[in-house]
Design a protein around this ligand. Structure first.
Ligand SMILES: NC(=O)c1ccc[n+]([C@@H]2O[C@H](COP(=O)([O-])OP(=O)(O)OC[C@H]3O[C@@H](n4cnc5c(N)ncnc54)[C@H](OP(=O)(O)O)[C@@H]3O)[C@@H](O)[C@H]2O)c1
Length: 296
């Protein structure tokens, strides 16, 4: 069997088109144009690229955006001053503080001060708490993107055996919660695996839906996949590749060529989960704008 390849770019484009339509309807009904404010501290080149892409995507959807650029030596108190100002500004729908932050700034201290209604990364204690409670408001964008892929591909999760490899607060843990909560695109029986898992291969072979968010290229091999399983690869690791002009390429966790001969459906890297992250960020900004205006 050769697996169906899931086109994350096409799914993300359709989510983004839906958000653009929702923005237009919201404005036509007298709503404020949704606005994303990004706080970017320091000179990390990858962070600058991500932030630029997020700004462009929000503008493509008919939203506005701005970026507050701060030097790498900015104090925690200065960052908190910006967060407080953005919380209080009615023109700002969503606030995103780009990670990683320089070492003098405690990310938890900053995240905990963002108004949960404007927390479009879904990483404040309040939004993570709602997720644990089974009543999520803003869910983190990458795990929400995985759920959206399953939904739009018509892959049933009700009662399904799901294995999530990875337990980070950013991806693995919220994804396990989203899929194990009650609900139409959830209600799965979820196992969360990590480096302490005994016999990872046997655990993975149980999965009807196997999701890897380990950041470990080649960690998921064909012998770990149940025939016909859906395999979602969240991993994106930059690896050296002398055949590329750039000298590197993005690698997923899954041994794609071998696993596609066993799986029923599979996401590629790049072009799978990656494009969904920005699409789901826009969904969160739209939700924030509606909630702030009492239109949610
Ligand atoms: N597509 C996107 O937009 C997007 C967004 C976010 C993240 N990502 C990618 O997703 C991956 C995970 O991100 P993250 O932030 O969650 O990373 P992370 O914080 O490093 O967490 C990785 C998790 O995977 C587990 N793990 C690592 N290697 C493993 C192995 N060989 N076997 C079993 N478990 C293993 C770790 O276990 P322990 O807890 O035991 O250490 C940890 O829980 C990365 O490649 C990242 O670049 C992609």
């Amino acid at each position: 069997m050769t697996a169906r390849i899931i086109d994350g770019n096409a799914i993300a484009a359709s989510v983004r088109a839906d958000v653009a339509a929702e923005v237009a309807t919201h404005i036509a009904a007298g709503g404020r144009r949704p606005h994303l404010s990004v706080v970017l501290v320091g000179d990390d080149p990858a962070s600058h690229v991500y932030v630029r892409n997020k700004g462009r995507a929000s503008e493509d959807a008919g939203m506005t955006s701005d970026t507050i650029l701060l030097s790498a030596s900015t104090s925690q108190e200065e960052v908190l001053d910006h967060v407080r100002r953005l919380n209080a500004d009615p023109a700002v729908s969503g606030i995103l503080v780009q990670m990683p932050l320089p070492p003098q700034i405690d990310p938890h201290a900053v995240m905990s001060k963002i108004d949960p209604r404007k927390d479009v990364d879904g990483l404040t204690p309040a939004n993570l708490g709602l997720l644990v409670q089974g009543t999520p408001f803003h869910a983190p964008a990458t795990p929400a993107g995985v759920v959206e892929i399953l939904k739009r591909e018509g892959i049933p999760t009700q009662g399904a055996r799901v294995v999530v490899v990875g337990r980070s607060v950013l991806v693995g843990r919220p994804l396990a919660l989203l899929l194990s909560n009650r609900g139409p695109h959830a209600n799965a029986t979820v196992t969360m695996a990590h480096t302490g898992t005994r016999d990872l291969a046997a655990v993975c072979r149980e999965a009807e839906i196997l999701i890897s968010a380990a950041g470990a290229p080649g960690a998921i091999t064909a012998d770990m996949v149940r025939p016909g399983a859906v395999v979602i690869d969240v991993g994106t690791t930059r690896v050296a590749d002398a055949t590329r002009k750039s000298g590197h390429r993005l690698a997923g966790d899954v041994d794609f060529q071998a696993v596609r001969e066993v799986a029923g459906a599979i996401t590629p890297v790049p072009g799978g989960v990656g494009p969904m992250t920005i699409a789901m960020l826009l969904v969160n900004v739209m939700r924030a704008a509606k909630a702030l205006e009492g239109r949610a």
